[in-house]
Design a protein around this ligand. Structure first.
Ligand code: ACO
Length: 378
């Protein structure tokens, strides 16, 4: 279909741009029919068995896994980039006081402030090396800021990262002030690797739209966190634990979920804009959750069974299954991430993919500037 806008014939994109390719990318892709995704040709659901988050991030940034030498250098560079500029550290108590402990909105503001503190300027007006360093620095600072803001809001002292710990272990250490167990690190690392990137999702698109104007990378990355925080996207991670708590036990699942759907409300942790079959990230987290001794796992399994049935009985046109969020909370809780930090932990992971997408956007930029079909006032 085409429309005329002040005399110009324009094709009309479907609402939400569903099923439309708006760019090309070599970073990652999602096959919603097969229930498969990959980044840089690697299947994260297999990679979680042996890989580390740093390797996944290196892969996303560089298109290939690191050699032993690269790995060493990358880990050292990431640790170095975790240093907080003094002016940012001085601003943290005021930032932490803006909202409740663990607020993703406060984190979004802090990443924006960090961009200013490290001197981000429009990337079109600085050299590529500087821009790349700023992108990597902001990503490395995200877990540091998340942990520091959380602890300050709780009246606790900031815990510095340790050079002998990997990315996942350091995040848990900075949050809790205790070196995590190997099992906890594995649980968090599994989540981080699975969530590191996922095609041209809403927040990645948002970040690329912001960067396409030449705006600085702090603006693009904080904008991406803003997009991710929405309940229909990454914000669902926060709402699943409260859904499970509100349901209470297996005998209430069907009635609770039916009531919710009857009121026209959404079931959190279900549905996806692209997957029409199982979300492969859910499959991995479900298996991990099954190995955890937590009564909420049995409840979540029943919620998944009933939710999928209800959703598809009501609307047969598009198949819906549970997504990454349904078991994420149980896994993160087991890893030692406080519930208040679930939402912030998503951007800690997704920064890896966002950094790769930003570099790709900048390497071959065209400003995003679509049109809209003008209609007279409603
Ligand atoms: N609960 C109730 N109804 C739903 C749900 C759900 N979880 N998911 C989809 N539907 C309904 C939609 O309302 C839509 O109905 P409509 O045609 O009357 O508007 C219909 O099913 C078809 O929707 P889809 O095209 O399959 O999904 P859409 O692309 O519109 O939305 C979304 C995808 C936003 C993820 C949706 O499934 C949702 O809101 N889920 C709940 C929130 C959630 O868990 N988000 C996390 C997603 S994963 C991630 O972003 C990391």
């Amino acid at each position: 279909m085409t429309v005329t806008s002040l005399g110009t014939e324009l094709p009309v994109a479907p609402r939400g741009l569903e099923g439309v390719a708006v760019s090309t990318t070599s970073v990652s892709d999602v096959d919603g029919t097969a229930g498969f995704y990959h980044y840089r040709g690697t299947d994260p659901t297999s990679f979680v068995r042996t890989g580390s988050f740093e390797d996944a991030w290196f892969l996303l940034l560089n298109g290939a896994l690191p050699s032993a030498e690269d790995r060493e250098a990358f880990r050292a560079a990431v640790f170095d980039a975790m240093r907080m500029p003094p002016v940012l550290r001085a601003a943290l108590p005021s930032l932490a006081a803006l909202g409740p402990a663990g607020s993703i909105d406060v984190l979004r503001s802090a990443v924006s402030a960090a961009g200013v503190a490290i001197g981000c300027r429009p990337w079109t007006e600085q050299d590529e090396t500087t821009t790349r360093q700023q992108i990597e620095r902001l990503a490395a600072l995200t877990p540091v800021l998340t942990a520091a803001l959380f602890r300050l809001a709780r009246g606790l002292a900031i815990v510095e990262p340790r050079q002998d710990l990997g990315f996942a272990a350091n995040y848990l250490y900075m949050v809790n002030g205790v070196v995590p167990s190997r099992e906890q690190v594995h649980a968090l690392e599994t989540y981080l690797i699975l969530a590191a990137d996922h095609g041209f999702c809403n927040s990645t698109f948002a970040e690329r739209v912001i960067a396409s104007s030449g705006a600085d990378v702090g603006a693009a990355l904080s904008g991406a966190i803003g997009a991710l925080s929405g309940p229909l996207h990454g914000g669902a991670i926060d709402r699943v634990p409260s859904m499970l708590a509100a349901i209470g036990d297996a005998s209430s699942v069907e009635r609770w979920m039916k009531d919710r759907l009857d009121r026209g409300e959404r079931l959190m942790g279900f549905g996806h804009a692209v997957y029409r079959t199982l979300d492969p990230r859910n499959t991995v987290l479900r298996e991990l959750a099954r190995s955890i001794n937590d009564p909420r796992v049995a409840l979540a399994l029943e919620v998944e069974r009933v939710g999928v049935q209800l959703l598809n009985d009501r609307k047969a046109d598009k198949h819906r299954e549970a997504n990454i969020e349904l078991y994420a909370g149980v896994v993160l809780d087991y890893a030692g991430v406080p519930e208040e930090l679930f939402a912030c932990t998503f951007p800690v992971a997704r920064m890896a993919g966002w950094t790769a997408n930003l570099l790709e956007q900048i390497a071959d930029n065209r400003i995003f500037r679509p049109s809209a079909r003008y209609v007279t006032g409603r």
